[in-house]
Design a protein around this ligand. Structure first.
Ligand code: NAI
Length: 307
């Protein structure tokens, strides 16, 4: 199988450096026309500059690819619409959106300035939602789209000092879970990457000997697959770093079904705790409705049996 993006148009947000740059180069190298979006600010989201996006767009053009730079902020709904408009204006369509832009403002929650909580949430969660919202009408018209969100292990598993970032990154999973249901009928697939790579975001937290192993290009291979026609799943979260690629999924234990004709007490919950939390037979649900159906079916079956 050869994965190509000839004739496809992609937006990569935050593509002026780090992972976004690597994703943009990977898609362009396989034929995509790319909007290289980047606000060009610092790691904590201060300042702005056109040079980051320009540099990467020029890099793509120098290797014979097609790219335009865009400097709007994903955190602003109007900015997000301008990012999408720049794809349509330059290349006439939009097939791929990689929501990658991000900032960090780490501190424990007790010491965190509310403005830092808001700024981080704005870029990661609102930015992903605004860009996706702006992209959908264009993709829906073509009955085709590939959207890749970016989460973080800080949100999936927890990390000290990143309550703003971790919460916003975990919320991106919720965004994917809902949008992929809304867009399924239009051939639009929404998946999420959970990356780890040596970039300015991690260069001070990763041990020096690990940095060369965690090349952004390793993550970009998984992103390019999720962005391709060959990818036919939606709602998947894929962890990718160094040579590791794995699926991460929210799973539920089979659970314990109590008798609904009687009151349920905290003591009964305590008594069944080992069974309630037994993850030896985990199950995933395809939607909130699927979980409700499982609970209702099991409950009704038990009621019938006891009648
Ligand atoms: P980075 O700091 O190297 O790149 C982020 C880019 O986003 C920067 O070029 C920045 O200017 C741009 N950006 C920030 N705010 C923006 C806005 N409002 N509008 C447009 N562009 C904006 O960081 P890195 O490491 O490349 O991260 C990329 C994504 O991957 C982020 O979403 C990050 O949270 C996520 N991530 C990275 C990990 C890693 O190990 N590097 C781990 C987990 C998640």
């Amino acid at each position: 199988m050869t994965i190509r993006f000839d004739g496809r148009v992609a937006i990569v947000t935050g593509a002026g450096t780090g992972l976004g740059r690597s994703h943009a180069l990977a898609l362009a190298a396989r034929g995509a026309s790319v909007v290289v979006n980047d606000l060009g600010g610092s790691l904590n989201g201060q300042g702005q500059s056109s040079s980051a996006a320009d540099t990467v767009a020029n890099e793509i053009k120098a290797m014979g690819g097609k790219a335009v730079a865009n400097y709007d902020s994903v955190a602003d709904a109007v900015g997000a619409e301008k990012i999408v408009a720049s794809a349509v204006d330059a290349f006439g369509r939009l097939d791929i959106l990689v929501n990658n832009a991000g900032i960090l403002r780490d501190k424990t929650l007790a010491k965190m300035d509310p403005a830092d909580y808001e700024a981080v949430t704005r870029v990661h969660l609102f930015g992903s939602a605004f860009c996706t919202r702006a992209a959908l009408p264009v993709m829906q018209k073509n009955n085709y789209g590939r959207i890749v969100m970016t989460t973080s292990n800080a949100g999936l598993f927890g990390n000290f000092g990143q309550s703003n970032y971790g919460a916003a990154k975990a919320a991106v999973i919720g965004l994917m879970n809902v949008v992929r249901i809304e867009t399924a009928k239009y051939g639009i697939l929404v998946n999420t990457i959970a990356p780890m790579a040596a970039t300015r975001m991690t260069e001070n937290v990763m041990p020096a000997e690990m940095l060369p192993l965690f090349k952004p290009e390793f993550v970009s291979a998984a992103v390019a697959y999720l962005a391709s026609e060959q990818c036919n799943v939606s709602g998947h979260t894929i962890s990718a770093s160094a040579g590791y690629v794995a699926r991460v999924q929210i799973m539920s234990s089979p659970g314990v079904f109590f008798d609904t004709s009687r009151d349920l007490t905290p003591e009964m919950v305590a008594d069944q705790w080992a069974n309630i939390t037994d993850m030896s037979k985990p199950q995933g649900f395809d939607s909130a409705g699927a979980e409700m159906e499982y609970i209702a079916k099991q409950t009704m079956a038990r009621l019938k049996k006891s009648a």
